[in-house]
Design a protein around this ligand. Sequence first.
Ligand code: PMP
Length: 445
Amino acid sequence: MSKISIKTAIPGPQAKAIIEQDHQYLSTSRYQMYPFVLASGQGCYVEDVDGNVFMDLHAGIAVTSTGHNHPDVNAAVAKQSARYLHNCGNVFYNDMQGHYAKRLSEVTQINNSDKNRVFFCNTGAEAWDGALKLARFATGRPNFICFYNGFHGRTLGGISANSSKVIQRHKFGPLLPGMHFSYFPRNYPCPSNPPYPTTTEGCLEYLEEVLFKKVVSPDEVAAIALEPIQGEGGYIVPPKAFIQGLRKICDKYGILMIADEVQSGMGRTGKLFAMEHFDVKPDIVTTAKGIASGMPIAAIVASESVMNWPTGAHGSTYGGNPVAIAAAEKTLDLLEGSLMDNAAEIGAYFIDKLKALQVKHGAAIGDVRGLGLMIGVEFAKLENGRVMPDADLRDAVIQKAFEHGLLTLACGNSTLRFCPPLTISKDEIDSVIDIMEQVFSALIS
Ligand code: PMP
């Protein structure tokens, strides 16, 4: 499986039957952009149940970082599966968790810390909830500052901090009290000239001058909690000065900083964690998704002085499942071996090529941005002299790319995101660019 090959009408007959069954029995809350039904994968390629081969540029939402079916990861999973599947590492000892916890604690940069500790759980949202609990416990303070456009998962703790799409919160309240929202800056505001701050200075000033003076006293704030690069909200990379400004505010008021690196972490941006691009160390990090190439595991990492809650204060039956740990260890080997560097190099190459397409196709491609292989392309249109999001164009691009054999994903109002396996090569990017060129030519006049 090494090239795109579409042989049947999409969806083909097998896919149609499976989709029909899914629609009958699975929750109505699910959301699918296109009728691709996975049967097997290899590297960046995935074959559907009718034998059509596509290129996977979303990696199961930034998860299969080492590509599908990586032989080393598979071997690690098979080896551990043959030993034992579970013993609840939260309550009983096993010979898998401590070793990986040591490694993860050592490679995660944490503020004012000589030694970190790790709590294992299963999903990004579970890590987020645990991080909120830890911050409240460590500071004795109840409140949080989150950011508009942020996303942290679907638990009640997650949706209480989410503000990327209101459907995620609609009719689920009352939500967690103590969550206050501030603004996240963007170089490319779309809609343009919005009635809220978008610059570093404006956003930091809003936090200190409005929120802290009128809404919540900083000495009652446990943590400023953010995605260093907003993911679901649109792949928005903030200016370095903003993240550094937040760190200063945290230090000034004794507030912890939580970095939700669930999507941006584990090598995706070319560094292990995206915070490293901003030269800022958070106090608590959450990680999941790309950490184990597709096996479900997540972690909270904090300094020993912050993660000192007592026995029994937090737990999880499956957290740090030994098979998932085996996959995580091997994934970290591969990231450190070459994949993180590949993400940096190929990501920069991909962005350059996309920017060249942007120049060619004009203002409809409003912005191309990203770090490493976390790349967003935002579509825009002019309405009454104002730049507005063009979600219809973005959706049409995703559909047409799909017809040409590319699996992509939306985020934000009108952004297409690329978060492929970190194994992707220059040749593969060249073929993606050839297809995107055809797609843009067909859809953008
Ligand atoms: N935080 C961020 C930044 C995410 O992108 C996501 C998932 N998209 C989550 C948390 C939630 O992760 P999970 O779906 O594993 O609970």
